[in-house]
Design a protein around this ligand. Structure first.
Ligand code: P6P
Length: 338
């Protein structure tokens, strides 16, 4: 069978550079840095059992969470790849207490900032469960050539120029949007190339998968409890009971639900009064992707995640995202609960 010649990520970026008329190629160079870092992290993850990147690094991040060795390696890899291209003037990371200023040479003249979770759910690699990188790109607000400020990083998600994730799973994929739909690229490690494998990804209007850590059920708000029970009740007309799928790796749960249809829930609880997931480098980029694929992402009934005005770098928000009809059903239960 004649193998189709698939478009590479690099070719795709260049072909779509015209989507950004004001882009001077900086955004393409930025994606090239992300692509390189993803390949390096793919290589480490695929050998996790054989090289010393599993387990804990012996440090805690600003969240007080123990850093895995993979967290530290991935954070350093992304910072180095982004800083080397002179296309980013600031970086925020789950693994960094404060955002990093890149004000040397070309970087200071760049108009983009990057926010990222270098490896989300990194402890999963100790047990060979897939993990992911999440990234979010904004145009700076403060004048080019000056040092970046809070104003640059505390922009609502609606201002994102681009967002994406890399899922290191049975295959490694890079999925991203620049506001013109969502496209997925699968990595061929034998050639070291990402190929367009999932053009124009669209999430089904509804689905039968709900993803939540039901171990926290007793701590959830009543509206969430009622929705979970709704998912579990027999109703042939609406294909219930739904299927519960939750692997504790946000990118993996979101990726599956994006393709099959479904809803991911990380509510507030007595343990996480504002939810567990971070707004700037987890919820905003994922929400941009989900909405661009035709889905919905809210932090409470009627409030899009992307419209939240950030107030701190590592702030957490309740997070509900996925198929529009399923998120709407949840919102109705949350409204009853008000
Ligand atoms: P819990 C991983 O730590 C993460 O940030 C997401 O990847 C994942 O969906 C969630 O937290 C899992 O949290 O409390 O259910 O273990």
């Amino acid at each position: 069978m004649k193998e189709p010649i698939l478009q590479t990520l690099g070719e795709f970026i260049i072909a779509h550079q015209k989507d950004y008329p004001e882009a001077s190629g900086e955004l393409s160079a930025l994606f090239s840095a992300i692509r390189l870092a993803a390949k390096i992290i793919h290589r480490h993850i695929n050998k996790a059992g054989l090289i010393d990147i599993a387990g804990l690094a012996g440090e805690r991040n600003v969240q007080g969470e123990e850093q895995a060795k993979l967290d530290v390696m991935a954070n350093d890899t992304f910072k180095a790849a982004l800083a080397a291209r002179g296309v980013v003037c600031g970086i925020a990371s789950e693994e960094e207490d404060h955002y990093i200023l890149l004000d040397d040479g070309l970087n200071k003249e760049s108009k983009y900032i990057v926010l990222m979770d270098p490896v989300d759910g990194s402890s999963n690699i100790d047990v060979n469960v897939s993990v992911g990188t999440i990234f979010s790109i904004y145009r700076r607000k403060s004048p080019v050539g000056t040092t970046v400020t809070d104003e640059d990083f505390f922009q609502p998600g609606t201002e994102q120029v681009a967002a994406g994730y890399v899922i290191y799973g049975s295959s490694t994929m890079l999925v991203y949007t620049t506001g013109n739909g969502v496209n997925g690229f699968t990595f061929d490690p034998t050639l070291g190339v990402f190929y367009l494998s999932h053009p124009d990804m669209r999430t089904p209007e509804t689905g039968q998968i709900y993803s939540v850590n039901e171990g926290n059920y007793v701590h959830f708000p009543d509206g969430v409890k009622k929705y979970i029970k709704y998912c579990q009740v027999e109703d042939e007309a609406s294909n219930r009971p739904y299927t519960s799928r939750y692997i504790g790796s946000l990118v993996s749960d979101i990726h599956r639900n994006l393709i099959y249809g479904g809803i991911y829930l990380y509510p507030s609880s007595s343990r996480y009064t504002n939810g567990k997931l971070r707004l700037l480098y987890e919820c905003n980029p994922i929400s941009f992707l989900v909405e661009q694929a035709g889905g919905r992402a809210v932090c409470e009934a009627g409030k899009r995640v992307l419209e939240i005005k950030p107030t701190s770098l590592h702030q957490r928000v309740p997070f509900f995202a996925g198929s529009t009809a399923m998120v709407a059903d949840l919102e109705n239960f949350l409204l009853e609960d008000r």
